[in-house]
Design a protein around this ligand. Sequence first.
Ligand SMILES: Cc1cc2nc3c(=O)[nH]c(=O)nc-3n(C[C@H](O)[C@H](O)[C@H](O)COP(=O)(O)OP(=O)(O)OC[C@H]3O[C@@H](n4cnc5c(N)ncnc54)[C@H](O)[C@@H]3O)c2cc1C
Length: 414
Amino acid sequence: MGVHITFSQNFPYYDKAIRETVQELNSLQRNCSVDMNCMFGENGIHLVPYPAQFAVPLFPEKDKQNCLAELKERYENKSDVRPVTFEDWVLKNFGPTIHDSFFKPYMRKIWTIETSKMTPVWVGSRVAKLPQEKLESLCAMNKEDLVKADFGWGPNAYFTYPKYGGIGAVWRQMAEKLPENWFKYNSKVVSVNYHSKSINFIENNNAIIKTMDYDILINTAPIDKLINETKLCLPLNIVHNKVFIVGVGLELPMTEFCETITWLYFPDPAVPFYRISFHSRYDEVTPDNTKYWSVMCECAREADDPITEEEIRDQAVEGLILKSIITREKIVSLYSKTLNYGYPIPTIERDNEIARAHAVLEPLNIYSRGRFGGWKYEASNQDHCFIQGKELADRLFLDIPEKLYKTGLPEKRG
Ligand SMILES: Cc1cc2nc3c(=O)[nH]c(=O)nc-3n(C[C@H](O)[C@H](O)[C@H](O)COP(=O)(O)OP(=O)(O)OC[C@H]3O[C@@H](n4cnc5c(N)ncnc54)[C@H](O)[C@@H]3O)c2cc1C
């Protein structure tokens, strides 16, 4: 549900676990672009290489000159002021033209809140800066090479994907290596009794409530739900969005310009997706890939947006047609799914709020980790969540401090 590629971010333990679990992995080179049609005043698609901020030399002349002047000013007058918001961070590093033409509309689509309401603490390996030497080398390239360039930036320039079974194959096969009775699928925890150290749960939507004891509870359900249920502190002021996944199956041949692309980004508010990916290029799972190909759209909305999955699905199909990625008559199947928790949003208040939760949970031997259990976007991909689990086990059993996940609490807390 979502792109879900895996790539090495310097976690050898994770890389080894994946390799030992999945026998047949495809290795792919990323080839992605950004649709900057709005900047060019066009309705259709106008691709520039990823990341968009590296494509300044390809921007329309006026925007290009503005960007260059704003960047020059930043290189010459370096400021020590620490940005408070993500908007401040972009303005400090790039200037208003790139902010207004790319970051603001794109971030609004993926995060569903304004850049001025987000903290910049997550940007680290997620948003490329543009050092002066890099900009100079880009400006020296000829346009033809530039249009085709992948700037090789970021940890996912190369990635892997299971040949069979989708990304779920990794986790299904990993679970199969472990004792079966460690897992209890299709069960829902309905309450946590932290005094008696037990949880109540139901199985298969059955009304009968069962109980299970614990010594240590590791929670990977959303931490806001855990706090609301246990009422161990006041509700958390944290924000998430939801993501609609829309999958479209199509008859071959694939649209020609998509044949070499792995995924595309869309800041354009006229289409509902912020990203689309061509999963039929990643693996062998597309049913009868001698006849069909597929495209998957990810569309983010505020958690309480009343739009329905059907409406988003229709908009996504129209958007794909508008962007010349598909034609209606080639569609053979449509799939959609709503993920009520899509992205844990890095708001300004987030770290204090999450620390407030850990401060009441950890003394009771409840540890909340993972994408929504830990709520730190910058550490919420599959590799991060896997390593969070390993490091927490190492901390609990071997007293080795966690390195990846920061609770915000003092390290030694007895
Ligand atoms: C749209 C999207 C795109 C993504 N793309 C990528 C990518 O390209 N690469 C990448 O590495 N990662 C990606 N991720 C992140 C990846 O999904 C997460 O890293 C991974 O799923 C996190 O695992 P987790 O165990 O923390 O949480 P989850 O996978 O969310 O697992 C938590 C589990 O808890 C269960 N649960 C919740 N409440 C209860 C309850 N009361 N009782 C019992 N169970 C409960 C949920 O059903 C869920 O199964 C993406 C995520 C999304 C949403």
